[in-house]
Ligand binder design. Structure first.
Ligand SMILES: Nc1ncnc2c1ncn2[C@@H]1O[C@H](COP(=O)(O)OP(=O)(O)OP(=O)(O)O)[C@@H](O)[C@H]1O
Ligand SMILES: [Mg+2]
Length: 238
């Protein structure tokens, strides 16, 4: 008698971790970009670049499901984000302006996010400590946000996103306030998320950060190409 055939290994999902199709977004009544289609695989690192005002933050918040696009769709693991708000739990966003609760401590900011994501109080305390320490904030964990420098606050925002262990991590200029040494630490931590199978999108003005990603998506406005500002952006991938 022959041995039974070995079980077929589970096929990884063919759907990208995050994608958008024919996305168009506006802000303040002005169309920022249209017809933006992107597919980001698990483990892939994408940089979004473009001049100030070109729509990078608007793109990231739309990908996070925080605001609806004018048209087009965002899909998480192949499932439409619109109408499936529970999918948002798979996504973490490092806000450009941090979005921290200033009257709480650094540790409490991370713990509150973990509690909201369903972890117990004890788990939240223990799961917050690792990212804060890795980002050089162990000594500041008990400090109120308003007692921290801008760069330290930005690292708390990064720690909060890392602690959530998202399958999609969107980071909006996460190194903008960092000195060279801390920029390297922050970038290393973000890239490691992709190394563990997460999809990573970083909006950045830093060419070195963009160069460390697998692909660069540039939001290029028609008038910016002609030397001005504003206009509807075209996404160019390289
Ligand atoms: N809530 C809002 N109301 C009105 N206009 C807005 C709003 N949010 C953004 N905008 C406008 O939309 C445009 C794109 O803004 P966005 O923040 O997405 O740009 P950005 O590429 O992230 O810029 P930066 O590099 O400066 O962070 C800007 O012209 C901005 O003034
Ligand atoms: Mg921005």
């Amino acid at each position: 008698m022959t041995d039974p055939a070995p079980p077929t290994p589970a096929r990884p999902s063919a759907a990208p971790a995050l994608s958008c199709h024919a996305l168009a977004c506006e802000a303040g009544g002005r169309e920022l970009f249209r017809d933006l289609t992107l597919e980001i695989a698990a483990g892939e690192r994408i940089a979004v670049v473009g001049p100030s005002g070109s729509g990078k933050t608007t793109l990231l918040t739309t990908l996070a499901g925080l605001g609806p696009p004018v048209s087009g769709r965002v899909l998480v693991g192949g499932v439409a984000l619109a109408g499936n708000p529970s999918l948002r739990a798979r996504i973490a966003l490092v806000f450009q302006s941090y979005g921290l609760l200033t009257l709480l401590t650094a540790a409490e900011n991370v713990e509150v996010a973990l509690r909201a994501a369903g972890r117990t109080a004890r788990q939240a305390v223990s799961d917050a400590a690792g990212p804060l320490t890795r980002l050089g904030l162990a000594r500041h964990a008990g400090h109120l946000i308003e007692e921290l420098s801008g760069g330290q606050q930005q690292r708390v925002a990064v720690a909060r996103a890392l602690a959530l262990e998202p399958s999609v991590l969107l980071a909006d200029e996460p190194t903008a306030e960092q000195d060279a040494a801390h920029r390297e630490i922050v970038l290393g931590e973000l890239l490691a998320v992709a190394g563990r199978g997460g999809a990573l999108v970083i909006a950045t003005h830093d060419a070195e950060v963009a160069a460390r990603c697998d692909r660069v998506v540039e939001l290029r406005t028609a008038t910016a190409r002609a030397g001005g500002a504003g206009g509807v952006a075209t996404a160019v991938t390289r």
